[in-house]
Design a protein around this ligand. Structure first.
Ligand SMILES: *[C@@H]1O[C@H](CO)[C@@H](O)[C@H](O)[C@H]1NC(C)=O
Ligand SMILES: *[C@@H]1O[C@H](CO)[C@@H](O)[C@H](O)[C@H]1NC(C)=O
Ligand SMILES: *[C@@H]1O[C@H](CO)[C@@H](O)[C@H](O)[C@H]1NC(C)=O
Ligand SMILES: *[C@@H]1O[C@H](CO)[C@@H](O)[C@H](O)[C@H]1NC(C)=O
Length: 250
């Protein structure tokens, strides 16, 4: 009797064996597939979901700053903060202002709304003025001052006073806050300082002079080199352009 039971066990055993080996064989191949637990952050998707940011989305796309933001979020640990003017804020701009901006100014405008750090709603009072934006450091032309008291956060650029409206998005790496005005930097409104760049003939002479002067000493110090070369209009615009290109590539 016991011997008769055996044969019926064999197919069962084979089935169990087959099942377990086939799942074993599958699992190493299947494992890498569901690797990224969360999809990468997409600033455009966030703004679209929130609604009311059509103009900002268009600007982010045409300047390609949206791509820059998404890749910054993948690569930076400090996070990012975006002040997001909604469509009402853009429509209260002087008519034609946005269209009058060059591509470079549009890029600067968006960078001016970006802080290279994550700022939580309770951390605004820890910022020191003028706050460093991604548009660069120039206290006269690119100042963004923040004052906060309780729940209220105000901004001034010297041109525009704005108020923080509310949190659009926050994930401890990226914070997006609505602002009721477009933060226009003074840079767009004050005359460029008269270019001190001398005539081509003179440039050669001053080049020779500065080669022995502080410019030569500062040559291997990027930040000092830029401020010294600010005297030479042409060089500084090249520096600014390459910083802008660098920012783009980030
Ligand atoms: C922010 O600005 C408003 C006026 O727009 C003012 O009433 C308020 O006191 C300001 N708050 C802070 C913290 O500066
Ligand atoms: C911003 O704050 C700095 C430091 O307090 C001040 O010197 C500057 O005048 C302020 N700029 C504006 C536009 O409010
Ligand atoms: C911004 O607010 C300051 C005082 O808080 C005021 O002096 C200035 O005129 C305001 N600027 C604009 C453009 O409203
Ligand atoms: C570079 O320049 C910065 C700012 O001007 C200065 O603080 C720093 O000491 C300089 N470093 C060197 C190595 O000269």
């Amino acid at each position: 009797m016991a011997m008769m039971k055996h044969p019926s066990f064999i197919p069962l055993l084979l089935m169990v064996l087959y099942y377990s080996t086939s799942t074993l064989a599958q699992s190493p191949a299947a494992a890498p597939a569901p690797a990224p637990s969360t999809p990468p952050t997409d600033i455009i998707r966030i703004l679209k979901k929130a609604g009311g940011f059509t103009t900002l989305i268009r600007l982010l796309q045409t300047t390609q700053v949206s791509t820059q933001i998404n890749s910054q979020l993948l690569n930076s640990n400090g996070g990012l903060t975006l002040f997001a003017p909604n469509d009402n804020a853009f429509s209260s701009l002087k008519p034609g202002l946005l269209n009058s901006l060059s591509d470079q100014q549009k890029n600067e405008l968006i960078q001016f709304h970006l802080l290279p750090t994550f700022v939580s709603t309770t951390n605004f009072d820890t910022l020191s003025n003028p706050v460093r934006t991604q548009a660069g450091e120039n206290p006269d032309r690119l100042a963004l001052n923040v004052t906060s008291s309780g729940n209220q956060v105000n901004f001034t650029t010297g041109i525009v006073n704005a108020t923080l409206g509310g949190t659009v998005y926050s994930d401890h790496q990226l914070a997006v806050y609505q602002v009721d005005k477009v933060l226009l930097p003074r840079d767009f409104f004050v005359a460029k300082p008269p270019a001190p760049a001398p005539a081509p003939a003179k440039t050669k002479a001053s080049k020779k002079k500065s080669a022995e002067g502080p410019a030569a000493v500062a040559a291997d110090n990027d930040s000092a080199a830029i401020s010294v070369k600010q005297l030479h209009g042409t060089i500084v615009s090249i520096a600014v352009a390459s910083v802008a290109v660098a920012a783009f590539l980030l």
